[in-house]
Ligand binder design. Sequence first.
Ligand code: URA
Length: 246
Amino acid sequence: MLTPRQQHCLKGIGIQQWVGRSAGKPALEVVPAVESIGVRTEEITRQDRQEIPVVEAPAPPKLDTWDNITRSIHQCEACELSQNCTQKVPGVGSQQAGLMIIGEGPGHEEDLRGEPFVGRSGQLLDKMLLAIGLSRSQVFITNIVKCRPPNNRDPHSNEVQACESFLQAQIKHIAPRVILAVGRISAHHLLNSTSPVGKLIDQVHQLPGSDIPLKVTYHPAYLLRNPSAKSIVWNDMKILHKMLGL
Ligand code: URA
């Protein structure tokens, strides 16, 4: 069955539509125009008899267990980032974590070590957690994208999209009591917002489509460049402390 667009194109080059046997007519009605563009009737008839295989789209990865999620992340080749990174960085911490921390994407150190937030930003994040009595093994830390964007550029929207099902599966499996989005890329993606981080910090949100409370805070890399924002982040950590009932 031809689509209206295909029918239109055929008409445009002067070819009538083929009519099936069921309509009580010959299988093929070839108008002279076909021969005039250099296609012989027998060729068309031969092609019509060929068995043309249907090429199936690859099955989406099975993300029903933690092992499957992690294996699928390691095997993923859905976007260009996978071609250039040293290794995938699925996440680190406890599958039973009450707090899930979501950053932007692995940097240089994280790419080399296969663990999120292990560079200078990560050391600051560890201190932020310690301030409310948590260690990285008690929370779960991951990123919006699991492969390092080259030169630490922002991940492109198709790259974020390619990783989306992994992040959603991780959130579903862990079912955290609270999510902490660190930095602009994470906050914007998770909240489907373009508001400045400075504004999003002002209230506790909810992860869209769920009842999980979501707090936004500045990225530790931003704090390293702007130490004056540390008091705001300290306040955010106190809010998290309360939310988690620690
Ligand atoms: N910045 C991030 O957003 N994530 C990391 O894992 C490291 C740095």
